[in-house]
Design a protein around this ligand. Structure first.
Ligand code: TNX
Length: 538
């Protein structure tokens, strides 16, 4: 990428993720009052909101023209990427061209960052100059899935927080928000056919914190809010482990028929469904059919992670059944990497549980020894385990330790991969040993760690064509409120966004360091918490 700066405004040093192509032009444009033209009213309103957040005023007429047009010829030469766009700023006005609405919004997001850079260092009150240098940006994403996985169970984050997270994700051109909606501690989505899930299990959270849940209406409203911004909500109901909220609500899911106690600790791996109980399959059918019906997007995530107390054959039957129910309901299944047959029924962890008298091993502490270790040693030799995943199923890769073999076979069978390597993209990991929030079982994850990785080289031998994209993840065992959450997401989410959007050759840490410092001006003005890592000259 070419970079240029002028006295009044810095251009290229503002855009995150770094674009494919940027050509500086002649002249400067003052965006303090803009008049927006767009193919439809919703797009016009969203463009207006984005530019207002950068300090522009929107006038129905007479302002600097910002014109959004549908244009199949937009984007880098020869690109057929559906999200491509061209942003052109001249001294006369702005045009954003894209074949689809997503590209139009991406172009405006880029313009927002340019305008933000024009404000940095100024005491920009309303009506202050908002100068942007003339430029042409032609851009497209590397991967189609660029997202954040957000645990709203361990601590509850309600609709207002969720909308703030949608906006944040969108500002870095991410387009998926995966919500972890059920776990041992709580159940966060109304399921009309199974009302006890939220009646009995929605109020729990870690350490007695206050819970909550989305009603069906709130869930629909959230999805509509996200869809306007071209962001798809991917709901996760985690089975067959991480199910204590379900077994607390429905004792019929236990062999004893007795509901389990509520749980507010942070251990993982101890709870499970029982495939052979006659109540189990109807439960799964009810829940996943309702979730599929309530979901606007094409994906439903069924979890499948860290079931440390189940043998591989039973686990495999759950994987097959969940895929069948979800595809039967018209959606594409998503699951954690264990569904590839790699990482369940971990024998060491099961043995540790037994020796411990049943106290679960914490994934948070287990690190390398037991807990979240996997599965090459899960009871069948590599090469023999059946491939459980169907063509099209999306596997979310998080634990970088297992033998790659099961993933290569899953890819051969047509599975797609979303990369969430815990030592890079888990934004609940502490930045440093001293950091007050977060966990450390995978690594300490500083900004540079989140920045400096290539999704295509994580699993040795995996064809690049099997990679659907990238998702950051934030688990909330230690995160109690929006400030905690944002201080873990920022600045690292922007680094993961660049790993998902930008070509490896276009990425540059020194350039990112400058760009993120400029972007922080917007966080400060918005009152968003961020971690001022010493890796950046803020
Ligand atoms: C592992 S990674 C989990 C979560 C925990 C997280 C804490 C994965 C699929 N499961 O249950 O919250 O570690 O970092």
């Amino acid at each position: 990428m070419t970079t240029v700066s002028s006295g009044a405004a810095v251009v290229a040093d503002a855009i995150i993720p770094v674009p494919v192509e940027l050509q500086p032009g002649e002249g400067v444009l003052d965006l303090r009052t803009v008049t927006i033209g767009a193919p439809d009213a919703v797009t016009a309103r969203l463009a207006g909101e984005l530019l207002t957040s950068a300090g522009a005023a929107v006038a129905p007429d007479g302002g600097v023209p910002v014109t959004l047009t549908s244009d199949p010829a937009a984007g880098p030469a020869g690109s057929a990427n559906p999200e491509r766009y061209t942003l052109t700023v001249t001294s006369e006005g702005v045009s954003v061209a894209a074949p689809e609405r997503s590209g139009l919004l991406h172009g405006v997001r880029t313009l927002r960052q340019l305008a933000n850079a024009g404000r940095s260092g100024q005491d920009a009150g309303p009506g202050a100059p908002l100068e942007v240098r003339a430029v042409v940006v032609r851009d497209e994403p590397r991967y189609s899935w660029r997202g954040l996985s957000f645990d709203v169970v361990r601590h509850w984050f309600g609709p207002a927080d969720l909308r703030a997270v949608v906006d944040l994700v969108g500002s870095y051109k991410m387009n998926r928000l995966h919500l972890h909606l059920s776990d041992d501690q709580g159940w966060r989505l109304e399921i009309p056919s199974r009302p006890a899930l939220t009646e009995k299990s929605s109020q729990g959270a870690v350490s007695g914190a206050t819970g909550g849940f989305l009603t069906a209406d709130e869930y629909r409203e959230l999805q509509e809010y996200a869809a306007e911004r071209e962001i798809v909500i991917v709901p996760e109901i985690d089975v067959p482990g991480h199910v204590n909220a379900a077994t607390h609500a429905y004792g019929e899911l236990m062999p004893s028929g007795e509901a389990t106690d509520a749980y507010d600790g942070i251990e993982v791996g101890f709870s499970k469904l029982h495939f052979d109980l006659p109540t189990t399959e109807p439960f799964l059918r009810d829940v996943f059919t309702d979730v599929a019906r309530m979901t606007l997007g094409p994906w439903v995530h069924f979890g499948g992670d860290e079931v440390l107390v189940m043998q591989p054959d039973e686990f495999g039957r759950f994987v097959v059944l969940c895929q069948e129910i979800i595809t039967g309901a018209g959606k594409t299944p998503v699951a954690w990497q264990e569904a590839a047959g790699s990482a369940h029924g971990d024998q060491a962890a099961v043995a540790a549980l037994a020796a411990d008298g049943g106290a679960p091993t914490s994934g948070a502490e287990a690190g390398s020894e037991t807990g979240a270790t996997t599965g090459a040693d899960a009871g069948h030799g590599a090469g023999e385990a059946p491939v459980l995943v169907e063509a099209g199923t999306v596997l979310q890769y998080w634990d970088t330790r297992p033998d790659p073999e099961p993933f290569l076979r899953a890819a051969q069978a047509g599975a797609r991969f979303v990369m969430s390597p815990a030592d890079k993209a888990y934004l609940d990991m502490k930045y440093t040993p001293e950091h007050p929030l977060g966990q450390q079982w995978a690594a300490f994850v500083e900004l540079h760690d989140s920045y400096d990785w290539d999704p295509a080289t994580l699993i040795e031998g995996l064809p690049e064509s099997a990679i659907e994209g990238v998702s950051a993840a934030v688990w909330t065992e230690t995160l109690l409120n929006r400030d905690h959450l944002f201080s873990m997401l920022l600045p690292r989410l922007a680094a993961v966004a660049e790993a998902a959007w930008s070509q490896p050759g276009a990425k540059d840490w020194e350039s990112f360091r400058g760009r993120i410092a400029v972007e922080a001006g917007a966080w400060r003005r918005d009152g968003a918490s961020y971690h001022p890592t010493p890796q950046i000259d803020w």
